[in-house]
Design a protein around this ligand. Structure first.
Ligand code: UD1
Length: 344
């Protein structure tokens, strides 16, 4: 049994599908603060399998202990957390409480229950402004927002914990820009309010919910002047979690932690696409036109950001397989069949 915190969220729900398909039993622990229970019904529909649900908050240690005992989990995948950069600047204490304190409580509960295998959702945002591209895991860590710093603080806590107790097997996954949806069109990203991120905004323009995309700057030193990012299909990302679990298990079976610390890897494709590349690919996938207007740069944005995904391949045999076309096609399938997300 795997305990999945935040399992009803965007990346969590896609990972639950892959876990169930691979034969794992799954218990989701979620407070639904930014997710919908309907996502879990859809996960069951896609897989034809049942999962367990415990509604709870990660800051509630007793609830976590009860969940670990009840589920008899052997490992935890920890997605639960807040993730909007702008919101984190406005409400940093809320972010540190949910993300950092929530993770501390989870680790205490895991220690108490002797569950010592953890896969953690970090973010490539821990690197901050790139000094060198592509970004390798050895790049200096210097996040530029409270959200990013909350992820870095958790990473440091995990490294300290693993150092103090070698029986902990921990994987830190640094995601680049997750996009797309399950090919069934039944689950996908369901942002509340106006989307901050590019692809969900483009999707809502394509479906007619918004008039035009603001392109935040076309004067960056990139081929077409718009920002370049490493977009990764959420299904590839979900599969990365299974590979991380497998790699941790293998190191446990070998009776030695061959990673000498936490297994820390980038999950990206290694390929960068510009805002306009994404818009054009989405127009092809949706057969709709996406009106764009050039707007001033968004504060805090950088020109270019993409991964060196080599270590994930070397240590866990993981590699992204799906390209921009599949990312846009699956996003469009989800958006066009669920124009208002799970409330459709
Ligand atoms: C953002 C977060 C990052 C987080 C990631 C999650 C910031 C500074 N960074 O990354 O911490 O991990 O989301 O996926 O917020 N764009 C537009 N118009 C829009 C929206 C975006 O032109 O309406 C452009 C941006 O300027 C950027 C690219 O699209 O060049 C991608 O933006 P976005 O999807 O928000 O991701 P990041 O900023 O890379």
């Amino acid at each position: 049994m795997i305990l999945v915190t935040g399992g009803a969220g965007y990346i969590g729900s896609h990972t639950c599908v892959e876990l169930l398909n691979a034969g794992f039993n799954v218990t989701v622990f979620d407070n639904f603060c930014n997710s919908n229970p309907e996502a879990l019904a859809r996960v069951e529909q896609i897989t034809g399998k049942k999962l367990e649900l415990i509604q709870g908050d990660c800051r509630d240690r007793a609830a976590l202990v009860a969940a670990l005992k009840q589920s008899q989990a052997i490992a935890v995948i920890h997605f639960a957390g807040l993730k909007a950069v702008g919101e984190s600047v406005e409400q940093p204490l809320w972010y540190y409480d949910n993300n950092v304190v929530g993770t501390l409580r989870l680790l205490e509960a895991m220690q108490e229950c002797s569950v010592k295998t953890l896969v953690f959702s970090s973010s490539a945002t821990v690197y901050g402004d790139p000094v060198q591209l592509p970004l390798t895991e050895n790049h200096p860590l210097s996040p530029t927002s409270p959200y990013g710093r909350s992820k870095l603080m958790i990473e440091e806590i995990l490294r300290d914990l693993q150092h103090s107790d070698h029986s902990f097997r921990i994987s830190i996954l640094r995601y680049f820009n997750p996009v797309g949806a399950h090919p069934s069109g039944l689950i996908g990203e369901d942002p509340q309010g106006v989307p901050n991120n590019l692809m969900p905004f483009v999707a809502q323009v394509a479906v007619g919910r918004r008039e035009a995309l603001n392109v935040w700057g076309n004067d960056y030193p990139t081929p077409d002047g718009t920002g370049v990012r490493d977009y990764i299909h959420v299904v590839d990302l979900a599969l990365g979690h299974l590979k991380a679990l497998e790699a941790l298990k293998a190191s446990q079976d070998a009776q030695a932690n061959k990673y000498a610390g936490c297994l820390t890897v980038n999950l990206g494709t290694g390929r960068g696409y510009s805002v306009l590349d994404v818009v054009h690919a989405y127009e092809q996938a949706s057969k709709r036109s996406i009106p764009c207007q050039i707007a001033p740069r968004r504060s805090g944005d950088i020109a270019c950001f993409y991964a060196d995904p080599g270590r994930a391949f070397e240590l866990m045999g993981w590699q992204a397989k799906l390209g921009l076309e599949e990312m846009c096609a699956s996003s469009w399938h989800w958006q066009s069949t669920n124009p208002k997300g799970y409330q459709s």
